[in-house]
Design a protein around this ligand. Structure first.
Ligand SMILES: NC(=[NH2+])NCCC[C@H](N)C(=O)O
Length: 225
C-alpha cells in the first residue's frame, strides 16, 4: 500500500485540533483515515498554519489538504477540489449581549485566521470593521475571551461549538451565506495534475457515504444537539 500524505491546520475543532495526548484529532482526521482504509492505503498527517497549506501542497510536502477548507473559485485556480463533504456558513461571535448586529461592530476589532475566506470577506465587505489576522483560531479565541478582540468570524459549525463551552459569548447578527466568498462547501484539495488521486478520493468518499461510515463520523463530531 502507498502512503497518502495529508496536510492540515489543527486549530479548528471539531474539524481538526490537537487532542489531550498531542495527537491531531477531529472530523477531518477520522474522515481521511476512513478514506485511506477504503482505498487500502496508509494516511499520514502534517500540521502547519492554514495560510501555508496551498503553497506546501504545491511544494509536494503532502498530497491532499484536508482542513475545513471552503471550495472557492480563487483557490480553484491553484488546486483542484474533491466533491464537497460538508456544507458551510459563517458567523460572528462576541461578548454575549454586547452587539446586536454587524453594524454595531463599526470601528471594533474582529479576529480570524490568516488565509481564510473569513479574512477576505471581512476585509472586502466590512472595511469599517478592523480585521485582526491570527496564525491560529485558538489564539483569536483567547484574545476574544480576554477582551483584546470584540468579535471573531469563523465557520458556524466551529463557532457553535465554542459558544457551547463559553457561556459568556454569543452570536452577533445573522448567519452569513455568501457563496462568492465562502464557496460551495468544504472539500479536500489536491494538485491539479494529480487527477488519479482526485478520482480515488471522490470514489472513496462515495464508498463511505454508501456504507454508512461517513454518517457515523459526522454524528461523532457534529452531534445534532
Ligand atoms: N483548519 C483550519 N484552521 N481551517 C480554517 C478554515 C476556514 C474557512 N473554512 C476557509 O476555508 O478559509
Amino acid at each position: 500500500a502507498d502512503t497518502i500524505r495529508f496536510g492540515t491546520s489543527a486549530t479548528y475543532p471539531p474539524f481538526e485540533s490537537i487532542g489531550a495526548d498531542n495527537q491531531i484529532i477531529g472530523f477531518d482526521i477520522d474522515l481521511a483515515n476512513a478514506l485511506c482504509k477504503q482505498m487500502e492505503e496508509t494516511c499520514t498527517f502534517t500540521n502547519q498554519p492554514f495560510d501555508g497549506l496551498i503553497p506546501a501542497l504545491k511544494f509536494r510536502r503532502f498530497d491532499v489538504i484536508i482542513s475545513g477548507m471552503d471550495i472557492t473559485e480563487e483557490r480553484s485556480k491553484q488546486v483542484t477540489f474533491t466533491q464537497p463533504y460538508y456544507a458551510n456558513t459563517a458567523m460572528i461571535i462576541g461578548p454575549k449581549g454586547k452587539f446586536s448586529s454587524v453594524a454595531d461592530l463599526k470601528g471594533k476589532r474582529v479576529g480570524l485566521e490568516n488565509g481564510t475566506t473569513h479574512q477576505k470577506y471581512l476585509m472586502e465587505k466590512h472595511p469599517e470593521i478592523t480585521t485582526v489576522g491570527y496564525d491560529s483560531y485558538q489564539n483569536a479565541i483567547l484574545d476574544l475571551k480576554s477582551g483584546r478582540l470584540d468579535g471573531l468570524l469563523g465557520d458556524t459549525a466551529v463557532l457553535n461549538g465554542w459558544l457551547k463551552s463559553n457561556p459568556n459569548l454569543g452570536e452577533v447578527g445573522e448567519v452569513i451565506k455568501d457563496p462568492q466568498y465562502f464557496g460551495t462547501g468544504v472539500g479536500m484539495a489536491v494538485r491539479p495534475d494529480n487527477t488519479a488521486l482526485l478520482s480515488r478520493l471522490n470514489a472513496a468518499l462515495e464508498g463511505i457515504k454508501a456504507n454508512g461510515e461517513f454518517q457515523k463520523i459526522n454524528d461523532k463530531w457534529f452531534p445534532a444537539h
